[in-house]
Design a protein around this ligand. Sequence first.
Ligand code: SAM
Length: 215
Amino acid sequence: MRLRNIKGAKEAIAASPYVVQEPEKYRGRWNEFFGNHHPLHIEIGMGKGKFITALAQQHPEINYIGIELYESVLIRAVAKRESIGECTNLTFLRYGAEHLEAVFAPLEVARIYLNFSDPWPKERHARRRLTSSEFLARYRRFLQPDGQIEFKTDNQTLFDFSIEQAEQMGWQLAQITRDLHHSPYMEGNLMTEYEERFSAMGNPIYRLVAFPPEK
Ligand code: SAM
């Protein structure tokens, strides 16, 4: 999702109190940033931020960081964040998933949400998929051993690819469903922007949970 040329987005994000400008400074110290020792959950590729904003409001006992590559999209999440007022357990980064080891120290993250990640359908782009073995190896370096990834998509090919990559890398899979909205895992499910759109079109939603391999 890239919204073209939103005028002033770059400047607004640079000035926003809801976006951490030099997140590398907090590597290994996110507990100091939030001022507590609550678990840290992150969403990579959060888009306009509906999902993580709702989660943060529901769970003040968890710290949340929403990560988005494009300013033109992040600006929408910032606007949403501004509209909800007090919410001390949520912040955003404009950052690329491939560089997150510069932001999170080993064992710092308890949970990663990947929602409707870009499918990169061409085989030659497979390594860019956020569930490729390269990305799983990166996540493992900062995810706690008892942490987890929660992944949702409407793309069957990406889902099958993700299962294959996770199994190859020794991750344990659980709660696999190929029709989340008609499954027991629907209870407590918070819909993302893309999930609302695709499920309204009648597309089934795929979901899995993955636990990292033992070291
Ligand atoms: N998660 C949202 C949802 O479910 O509504 C947005 C899904 S959208 C298809 C994928 C999002 O991931 C886009 O906003 C895109 O800019 C972001 N994204 C893609 N590659 C990324 C990367 N390497 N690092 C961070 N964000 C990325």
